[in-house]
Design a protein around this ligand. Structure first.
Ligand SMILES: O=P(O)(O)OC[C@H](O)CO
Length: 410
């Protein structure tokens, strides 16, 4: 252990955070957690720095060069490898004692903790986390004669439901978070995995998003777009449409759950289901979200940042994160505990499909190397074009992009 036992002098730490960058996505809850932490730790002042997830790596690089203090970061899983290699993320094992770490990790979802490890060390402590959730408007289902007790479990069933909604109403049948600048490939990885494919091979050396299973998955999305069941809308329009009761289904991170719950209040019945399957193939939900990475070099600030990390991922932290934002509690025991989520869960069954999907999670695979973001953007641009563009030849679009992105691999 290289950090002091406690923070004995006043210290200010920065917390780069993407939930702070979006009102619909947890800014209030994040500020509440920071305020509670400061009240309990009077020597520590936390300066929140809002940065959208897609900008985080670039922003940190610029701030490092400018000599700005970077202490704690809500790091999207996609950027964690880059953060460890290029942005000075510190492995917790190098600064915190084994006993203290083990004590804190106790009770946290092992799948989640594993995602923050690189070469066996924890460069990111699993923090906010979701699987793809199919939110749906039970009132629209009833209005068009669909059974809200049986939401579509497969893409085929979803298409049939979408056709039914489209044929008789003006509602948008389906919005998804698959595309868009904040998504990168987190949700797409789960869609393709659920059809037996992958965007990249297991040892992360070859892009595979133009293999037959991936092509078939994108062709399925294209068929939904062609039928007018889904449209290429920005995330704000999608969230607003769903929250206002104008969209029937929304496959998205549960980070927007709090926002949708507010919109649905006194307006419509919001429910949630698991991610759809391809026929009888097993669903392989991926995870979105972030880990907390620590970047301070000063031992006193490292202790302060670690204390904040512990609070954010404590039972109390996850109670706020789950009930006020919508992410999964990575301390599952609090779900039953009346002192934490027990009462809330009774009134909000929305959490259950998300929680259940943790068991068959196919953990997000980060794209490798210093060009990870460019690879991800080029791949997703091609898939978006293959889904919504003029050209029917999905295979050609994906093959061309796969060759191009392969050249950016380390
Ligand atoms: O926190 P989420 O669920 O919106 O995820 C955002 C990340 O960019 C996905 O990796």
């Amino acid at each position: 252990q290289t950090i002091p036992e406690s923070v004995t002098e006043p210290v200010t730490i920065t917390f780069y955070n993407y939930n702070l960058a979006s009102a619909g996505n947890g800014a209030d809850a994040t500020n509440k957690m920071i305020a509670e932490f400061e009240a309990a730790n009077p020597n520590v002042t936390v300066k929140g720095v809002p940065v959208p997830p897609q900008d985080i790596a670039t922003r940190l690089q610029a701030d490092l060069v400018a000599g700005q203090p970077i202490d704690l970061v809500q790091m999207p899983f996609a950027a964690l490898g880059f953060a460890a290699e290029n942005l000075g993320a510190v492995a917790l094992e190098d600064i915190v004692s084994e006993a203290e770490l083990a004590g804190h990790f106790e009770g946290m979802v092992p799948n989640g903790l594993e995602l923050g490890k690189l070469d066996g060390k924890t460069y990111g402590l699993a923090y906010t986390f979701s699987t793809p959730v199919l939110f749906y408007n039970a009132d629209i289902f009833r209005e068009v004669g669909l059974d809200p007790e049986n939401p579509p479990a497969t893409w085929e069933a979803l298409k049939a439901a979408g056709d039914q909604i489209k044929a008789t109403t003006d509602y948008l049948p389906l919005a998804t978070g698959i595309y868009g600048p904040t998504a990168l490939d987190w949700l797409m990885q789960g869609v393709i995995a659920s059809n037996g494919g992958a965007v990249i091979n297991a040892d992360r050396t070859k892009m595979t998003f133009a293999e037959p299973e991936a092509i078939e998955a994108v062709e399925m999305l294209r068929s939904l777009a062609q039928a007018g069941i889904t449209r290429n809308l920005g995330i704000t329009a999608q969230m607003e449409g769903m929250a206002a009761g104008n969209t029937a289904m929304y496959l998205q991170t549960s980070a927007i759950q709090g926002y949708l719950v507010k919109g649905a209040e006194d307006n419509f019945e919001l429910r949630a289901a698991a991610m759809p399957a391809f026929g009888d193939k097993p669903v392989k939900p991926s995870n979105s979200g972030s880990a907390l990475s620590l970047h301070s070099t000063d031992p006193a600030k490292q202790r302060a940042a670690w204390e904040l990390m512990k609070f954010l991922t404590s039972k109390r932290g996850y109670t706020i994160i789950t009930s006020e934002i919508g992410y999964l509690p990575l301390r599952p025991e609090i779900v039953e505990d009346p002192e934490y989520l027990g009462e809330w869960v009774k009134d909000h069954p929305l959490l259950q499909p998300n929680l259940a999907q943790l068991k068959n999670l196919a953990p997000y695979v980060p794209l490798p190397g210093p060009n990870y973001l460019q690879i991800g953007i080029s791949m997703m641009d091609a898939m978006e074009m293959a889904t919504f563009g003029e050209d029917d030849d999905v295979k050609a679009t994906l093959t061309e992009a796969q060759e191009r992105t392969q050249r950016l691999m380390p």
